[in-house]
Each structure stands twice: as C-alpha cells, then as structure tokens.
Ligand binder design. Structure first.
Ligand code: GMT
Length: 379
C-alpha cells in the first residue's frame, strides 16, 4: 500500500505513535511518507525507510503566523499527484484530519486517484481541544467526514461518541497504542536506590508539581522505614519551573533529579521500581505502556484509558485523581518492597506482551487500510 501519515512532531504521544507506525509499515514493505512541520524526534533517530516531508511554509507579512498546515497540505497533494497515495492517515484531529480531508477533496476535484482518509484520535484532540467551542465544529466535521476513525482506547471512543454526533459509516474502531517489545524490554538491574520515574511534556494535564508533592509525602514514610528513595523526572514543558519550585519548598534536594529531554528511555525506565503518571486526563498513557514493557510497575491516577492499560493491583496501582495521600501511599507500597515492585513489573511486561505488541497492533491498522481500499465502509 502507499500510505501517507500526518502528525505533530512531538517528543511523546501522537508523534511517537505516528512515527513508530510509519516505521513498522515501511518494515512490512509498504511505501510510507510522513508529513509534519518538523522532524518527529522518534523518527529522527530511526534508520527505517520512511520518506519524511518537513513542510513549514514561508512567512508573509499578511500572515499572523506561518501557516505550516497549508504547506503540509500542498506537499501531500503534490506527492499524491506525482506518486499516488492509497491512504492518508491523520494523527490527532486538528489540524491533520481537516488537512487530509482537504487533500481528498482537492484530489477528487482534480480527477486524481481517490484516496481514503483515516483519522486517529489521541486524547486531548477530543477532551481539551475538541471540547473548546472555538474548535468543536471543525472537530465534529473531521470525525464525521473521515472514511474511518480510530480511537486509542475504549474510554476515548466513549467520550467521542458522547460528545460528537455524526460518525463515519463504520463508527469508531478502537486500535490501542503499541510498543516495540524488543526496544523497550527489561535489562538493567534495579537501581541502587529505590527509584520512581516520570516522563512527560510537563503540560498542566500531567500535574508534575502535584506528583512532586506526592513524592515528598511518600519520602517521609520511606525515610522513616530506612528506604533511600529518589524521583527522576524526564522531559520538559510549561510546568517544569513550578515542579522545581515545589521540590525546593519540600527540601527534596538529593532525592530528585530533573533530566530534561532524553532519548535513552528504556535505560531510564527498566531499572526503576515505579513509573508515575499523575495526569488529570490520559486517553491511553503511552509512556506508562513503555515503562510496563520495560518491566516497571505503574503508580498512576484512575483516569481515562489508563485502567485499560494498567491492570490495577496487578501491573500497577491506580488511585482517584484528587487523592494525593492515596497516590503517596501507593508510591510507598511499591518503593519500599522491591519484591512486590519486581512482581508487578513482571506482570506489567506480560500485559504489554499480551495486548500491546507492535506487530499485532500494526496488523490491525493494515487490516483497516485494506478494508477501506477494497471499498468496505464506503460512504
Ligand atoms: O496530551 C498529550 O500528552 C499529547 C497527546 C498527543 O496526542 O500527542 O497524548 C495523547 O496521546 C497519546 C498517544 O495516543 C496517549 O498515550 C496519551 O494518553 C494522550 N494524552 C492525554 O490524553 C493527556
């Protein structure tokens, strides 16, 4: 198949899913083009034969900001005209699904080969952006007009169908996120100190300052029982400064590390006793899945699709979103008992292998593309 993928060039989330999918599809013999306004970091360090098109557009005094979405659409249309695409797969509803639909309609108008538009909803495109009145009408259109729509969890599917009427002919199919189990695997022995790790883009929804508070609370109990513990924070974003301020306020020096953006995720995840997710929203929790694949137990909040990924009490421990003390207690119970954290970590790896193996999930996408090309779900 000839497949075009549109995505945001993010360090995590949809940018990673789109990049890993592009690489896997290319590995399976498909011709794959990925379009974005910058190089997605996960793809930049992979040698796979994906053709990447970075389209940024040119600034012009009349434009408030450079409209890279338009530049991406032009590039896709140009490629469709010269080489042809069977499927255009948009990751994140806005703007990519709208861009893909625009290309489909421009191709039709120009008498080019028809192409099918698949939209994958990732989470905040529905729960935050899509709910914003300034974007809701366009999000609704993107969902209704796509040839197929997928959601990364049952919870996200439910939230989408609850909030938006007008679905594509085949409804919304749940295709979960996936992980490369060879790249993300247990390896390093446990760290000397009992270690909790968090990886994110430090946006408000990730609640990193709240996590630092919870860790400070847990640390008091851990220290009292003679456990030497630390929290390792990986990533960067708007709430980094606030997280540092809380760490200072709670005298966490010597027990907290801010590492900034890192690529060596498996090496950071696999020696840890716990992976922390303190989010107020999480449609899936890809970083939690990557930690699970590395054999690390998850301590998280019971939100969105996270309970579909982490089996509460088996591969991790989940607590209600406002329960700071409960979250801290979960950290203590995993971090003070290394046998327990190892057992949960092993269960986490098993779950990642059973449900979220890259090869299996990529096959689901291939099946969907094939059905569309053969005329299934035609409008
Ligand atoms: O919201 C983010 O953190 C980024 C966002 C994205 O699309 O880049 O992440 C969402 O998509 C990920 C990949 O499908 C999911 O694993 C995350 O749970 C989801 N984030 C939220 O729902 C907050």
């Amino acid at each position: 198949m000839r497949i075009g993928i549109l995505c945001h060039p993010t360090y995590g989330g949809s940018g990673v899913v789109a990049s890993e999918l592009a690489l896997s599809l290319a590995e399976n013999g498909h011709r794959v083009h990925l379009f974005s306004h910058d190089m997605p970091p996960r793809l930049a360090r992979a040698p796979g034969p994906v053709e990447v098109h970075v389209a940024q557009g040119s600034p012009y005094p009349l434009f408030h900001s450079t409209p890279h979405d338009l530049a991406i659409m032009s590039r896709v249309l140009d490629l469709h005209r010269s080489e042809g695409l069977d499927v255009l797969h948009a990751h994140y509803a806005l703007p990519h699904a709208v861009s893909a639909l625009q290309v489909r309609s421009a191709a039709e108008q120009a008498g080019l080969e028809p192409l099918k538009v698949v939209t994958t909803l990732h989470g905040t495109d529905i729960t935050l952006v899509g709910n914003d009145p300034s974007y809701a009408p366009l999000t609704r259109y993107a969902i209704a007009a796509s040839d197929a729509v997928t959601a990364v969890s049952e919870d996200l599917k439910r939230r989408t169908t609850d909030n938006f009427d007008g679905l594509p002919p085949c409804g919304i199919e749940v295709i979960p996120n996936f992980v490369d189990l060879d790249e993300f695997c247990p390896g390093a022995p446990p760290a000397q100190r009992s270690t909790a790790v968090h990886v994110s883009n430090f946006r408000k929804v990730k609640r990193v300052p709240w996590l630092v508070e919870a860790f400070a609370m847990a640390l008091q109990q851990l220290t009292a029982s003679g456990v030497d513990a630390e929290l390792v924070l990986v990533g960067d974003g708007p709430q980094l400064g606030e997280a540092r301020r809380v760490a200072q306020l709670r005298n966490l020096e010597g027990h907290i590390k801010f590492l900034g953006l890192r690529d060596a995720l498996p090496d950071l995840l696999s020696p840890a006793d716990a992976f922390c997710v303190a989010s107020t929203e999480e449609s899936f929790g890809l970083s939690a899945l990557e930690a699970m694949a590395c054999g690390t137990a998850v301590v998280g909040t019971r939100v969105g699709g996270l309970p579909e990924v982490v089996e509460d009490g088996v591969s991790g421990l989940l607590s209600p979103v406002e329960d700071l003390e409960g979250f801290a207690n979960h950290l203590v119970s995993v971090m003070e008992d290394r046998e327990r954290s190892a057992a949960m970590g092993a269960a986490a790896r098993e779950r990642a292998m059973g449900l979220f193996d890259r090869r299996r999930v990529v096959g689901q996408y291939e099946g969907l593309y094939q059905r569309l090309i053969e005329g299934g779900c035609d409008r």
